[in-house]
Design a protein around this ligand. Structure first.
Ligand SMILES: [Zn+2]
Length: 118
């Protein structure tokens, strides 16, 4: 194939990518987590992050990555979300500080929309 990729090749690539997801819980010692140097501030074990893509919360150290991804990025652990683990999330405490009606400890799978009061 000289020019571009065929539809079959593209489909195959997509299937490979779908198969390539790995989900990690409490992966503080995981080699992928080590690459981001332990995350960012507020990423200590036991804390929570809030994803700005899907608005859901997850415990720090929970993430997914794709074995077919040459960039070796970490993503939001929810299967249907493409949020970046580092860039697209905030520590729950920061979010909580701005939105007082949020619970002290979030729950998995709940969408916490952050709507500024008018
Ligand atoms: Zn997300």
């Amino acid at each position: 194939m000289k020019r571009g990729t065929s539809r079959i090749q593209r489909r195959k690539a997509r299937r490979e990518k779908e198969k390539g997801w790995r989900f990690v819980e409490s992966g503080f010692n995981h080699h992928m987590y080590q690459q981001i140097k332990g995350g960012s501030e507020g990423d200590e074990p036991g804390k929570w992050k809030h994803c700005e893509h899907c608005w859901r919360a997850y415990p720090t150290g929970s993430f997914k990555y794709n074995v077919t991804d040459a960039y070796e990025m970490l993503f939001c652990p929810y299967p249907d979300c493409e949020g970046d683990y580092v860039i697209d999330s905030q520590p729950w405490e920061s979010v909580k500080a701005s939105f007082s009606d949020l619970p002290e400890k979030p729950e998995r799978g709940i969408v916490y929309m952050l709507a500024w009061e008018e």
